[in-house]
Design a protein around this ligand. Sequence first.
Ligand code: FES
Length: 116
Amino acid sequence: MSETNPTARPYFERHIFFCLNQRKNGEACCANFHAQEAFDHCKAQVKQAGISGPCQVRVNKAGCLDRCAAGPVAVVYPEGVWYSYLDNADIDEIVESHLKNGQVVERLLTPAHLGR
Ligand code: FES
């Protein structure tokens, strides 16, 4: 086991987590709003942009992120920026602006008061 080096770069510069939760009881959930399609599209766009992999971006699946009322949602770390998206064009903007260039996409920010 290696020692921790606080000055080392993080393994990934950014993660984007997509809620892909599917509820079976009929309650609203991100999977009912094309979350899987958005995740797949994001993964493909990040790869195509050449920003996928170590020291760059990782696109991750997640279960319920507990902000269902704002779904479908994705969150970008380390900034902790939450997005509510509608379609692939929104995903393209998040990839190009935030994941590639570090600029938050203000128009897609999840309203602060929306939780579960
Ligand atoms: S079902 Fe997606 S945040 Fe809860």
